[in-house]
Write a protein that binds this ligand. Structure first.
Ligand code: HEM
Length: 192
């Protein structure tokens, strides 16, 4: 038991095999096609991205001030770098799968230009909100965190770190705010 559940990749591999099993069993009712598989992958990466965004906003950021200084290194040196690796790449893969869904289904351009039916424009709004969130992750939060966590090529000065902290916080809280209307658009558009 410990050997299996202690191995993250093995558990994920068995989970993936089980999902493929479900796809084969129900292939007669739900075709295993690009649309359905990308919807599944999109929701998986979206859950991982939003899950880490909510962990940062609801748990890590509010708790850091109460952690004794000599123990903060456990978060900044070990947990946070891992969080920001999965955070930024799940954001990237959520965007890629979302764009594939929209453009493979043929409504991508209409959605992004709000020139379709109201339902198409609704997913368009959700896509733009999520793209702003992804921009915040890659071009504001991650560069700021690289300075704060000393993950950049050169060690950041104390001034640079002090300037990066509010930038990272404001962008992360903006993403928390945007995630609510974005998720409503995502789960309510029901275009397929
Ligand atoms: C954190 C970000 C995101 C989350 C959590 C998320 C989540 C979801 C969920 C749960 C669905 C419904 C899946 C279904 O009906 O089977 C969905 C649909 C969709 N998402 Fe996202 N999404 C996110 C970002 C994006 C982005 C960045 C794009 C594109 C730029 C996008 C484009 C779409 C499209 C086109 C659909 C299909 C709408 C439909 O078929 O009704 N999403 N998303």
């Amino acid at each position: 038991m410990a050997k299996f559940f202690g191995n993250l990749h093995l558990v994920l591999a068995v989970g993936l095999a089980a999902a493929i099993g479900v796809m084969i069993c129900y292939g007669g009712v739900v075709p295993v096609d690009l649309n359905n598989v990308t919807h599944w992958l999109h929701t998986f990466f979206g859950i991982l991205w939003i899950g880490l965004l909510y962990y940062l906003n609801f748990v890590q950021v509010p708790t850091m001030p109460s952690i004794p200084a000599d123990q903060k290194g456990a978060i900044t040196g070990h947990i946070a770098p891992k969080v920001f690796f999965f955070f930024r790449y799940s954001a990237l893969l959520t965007v890629v799968t979302g764009l594939i869904i929209a453009f493979a289904a043929g409504y991508g351009h209409q959605a992004m230009t709000f020139s379709g039916e109201r339902q198409v424009n609704m997913i368009g709004l959700g896509m733009w909100l999520a793209l702003i969130m992804a921009f915040n992750v890659w071009f504001i939060i991650w560069p700021a965190q690289k300075k704060i966590l000393n993950l950049g090529a050169t060690e950041a000065s104390a001034e640079e770190k002090a300037a990066a902290a509010p930038r990272a916080l404001y962008a992360s809280r903006t993403n928390l705010l945007l995630s609510l209307p974005m998720l409503y658009c995502m789960v309510s558009a029901n275009l397929s």
